[in-house]
Design a protein around this ligand. Structure first.
Ligand SMILES: [Mn+2]
Length: 467
């Protein structure tokens, strides 16, 4: 006999196909069930269950009231939180210690949603950092699901996110995603490694009406966003900066409720995002490379394209020989692309340093795959240019109607890339969007026909007089 409250429903075309999330007072508390009778949200039921099917139920007015159930959930969730011993002498852990109260508060919220069968959407940035965060969180949630669910599992949607902002379109899509769900608790949206920008404000505002939000990011804080979102957590607000990666942050979030070793994944996140805290580690470097490839082009590992999920990442990583083979492929393909890029560079000189221009079309042309993607490739190519002793440099890579610019750290202060790119954006209508920071920026043009003009303007901005 199951006694509990109907806390969530996934509506099917016919009510007989509905899925019910029933929360009982005893743990594990969540039951995901089908039912031969139609139930309604908030009802207290005493149900006869066979396997995953409710065969009969009494709507019980004397059963546990919703409030009692929510109190029990709150208590159980708080018991899953882990008190961790962190070291004050470790640079990264010091920042984690500062964030811990906020991380716990967010973890409590996530756990309550899981106990109540409210739908959860996780959006992660499609790069090594975003994917390490999603994967670490996936493993953490998996570890505790057994303590939460008796039958079935709450619904978690994993969405790889291909841009740096969370737009109105994205929030509309998320509303559609949960359109079939009803729950006594608000659904949850968790965002990691992107979205801290003006362009996200509208989308965030719409999502904020329907969802509780947990936003884990490490890009420089935008006050309006941080104030709007209930659980906006960013190391910049706790004595850290972007070197504390979002993958690291999201793994630490996971570790506040799951006792799990995520150190390899965290190291991969630091390496993959060029963090100053990164420590060389062969396994972690391989993992970062693998995730970078899988988030660029999934077809290399799976017959279908589209977005990679943490489940698929897990599937690959559990197979040692397959992951080793994929890492070898990623290494070779990247080397090939860098070699062909080095050959295709056009060289200009200015007082600030060397300037290189590359048509990425030449790198991509014979390749069977979209890996590497141009933006991340540009960072790796500049790294290689520096290693070859060419000194601090500027790299301008163009591809279709996109232009990506990378500037060596040593000269980025003098170059003032953000100012130059901002100037082009305000002076020319053909620029559709532009942004970034002083080490890396990108420009999206309305059409490819303006590319030559845009690049010449950029080069003049860098002090090339020949044009
Ligand atoms: Mn990142």
């Amino acid at each position: 006999m199951l006694s509990g409250i109907v806390c969530g429903i996934r509506h099917a075309a016919e009510p007989s196909g509905n899925t019910y999330y029933i929360t009982s007072l005893e743990g594990p508390m969540l039951h995901e069930l089908k039912s031969s009778i139609v139930l309604h949200l908030g009802e207290q039921v005493e149900a006869e269950v066979f396997g995953e099917l409710i065969t009969s139920a009494i709507i019980n007015q004397d059963g546990p009231a919703l409030k009692m159930c929510l109190d029990a959930v709150r208590l159980r969730a708080s018991k899953l939180l882990i008190e961790r011993e962190l070291s004050q002498s470790d640079r990264i852990e010091r920042i984690t210690i500062n964030m811990q109260p906020k991380l716990n508060q967010a973890a409590q919220l996530l756990l309550e949603k899981l106990y109540l069968g409210a739908p959860v959407i996780v959006r992660f940035h499609n790069d090594a950092d975003g994917a390490t965060g999603a994967y670490g969180l996936y493993l953490s949630i998996n570890q505790i699901l057994g303590k939460i669910c008796q039958v079935g599992s709450p619904k978690i949607f994993w969405k790889m996110h291909r841009s740096v902002s969370y737009t109105l379109g994205d929030s509309r899509e998320d509303l559609l995603t949960i359109g079939n769900y009803d729950s006594v608790a608000k659904p949850l949206l968790l965002i990691t490694d992107f979205g801290t920008s003006e362009e996200s404000l509208q989308g965030a505002a719409l999502a904020n009406e329907k969802f509780d939000i947990i936003w884990l990011d490490h890009h420089p804080v935008l006050r309006e966003l941080a104030e709007m979102v209930g659980n906006y957590i960013n190391p910049w607000m706790f004595g850290g900066d972007s070197n504390y990666t979002a993958g690291m942050l999201t793994c630490e979030f996971g570790k506040s409720f799951a006792s799990i070793d995520l150190s390899l994944i965290e190291k991969a996140s630091l390496i993959g995002d060029y963090s100053g805290y990164a420590v060389e580690d062969k396994g972690a470097r391989g993992l970062a490379l693998l995730l970078d490839m899988l988030t660029s082009d999934k077809r290399i590992a799976f017959s279908s394209g589209g977005d990679i999920t943490p489940m698929e990442i897990d599937q690959i990583l559990r197979d040692e020989s397959r992951s080793a083979e994929l890492i070898r492929y990623a290494t070779t393909r990247l080397e090939e692309a860098i070699d062909s890029g080095l050959e295709g560079l056009k060289h200009y000189k200015s007082e600030i340093g060397n300037i290189y221009v590359l048509d990425f079309e030449n790198v991509r042309k014979d390749a069977m795959t979209k890996y590497p993607l141009p933006g991340r490739y540009a960072s790796k190519l500049l790294e290689r240019i520096e290693k070859e002793g060419k000194g601090p440099s500027i790299l301008v890579l163009h591809f279709g109607h996109f232009v990506s610019i990378r500037v060596s750290g040593e000269i980025s202060g003098r170059v003032g890339l953000l100012r130059i790119v901002g100037g082009i954006k305000s002076d020319y209508d053909y620029v559709e969007a532009a942004g970034g920071h002083n080490n890396a920026a990108s420009i999206k043009l309305r059409s490819e026909e303006y590319k030559k003009e845009a690049i010449n303007t950029l080069l003049r901005g860098f002090g090339c007089s020949i044009l």
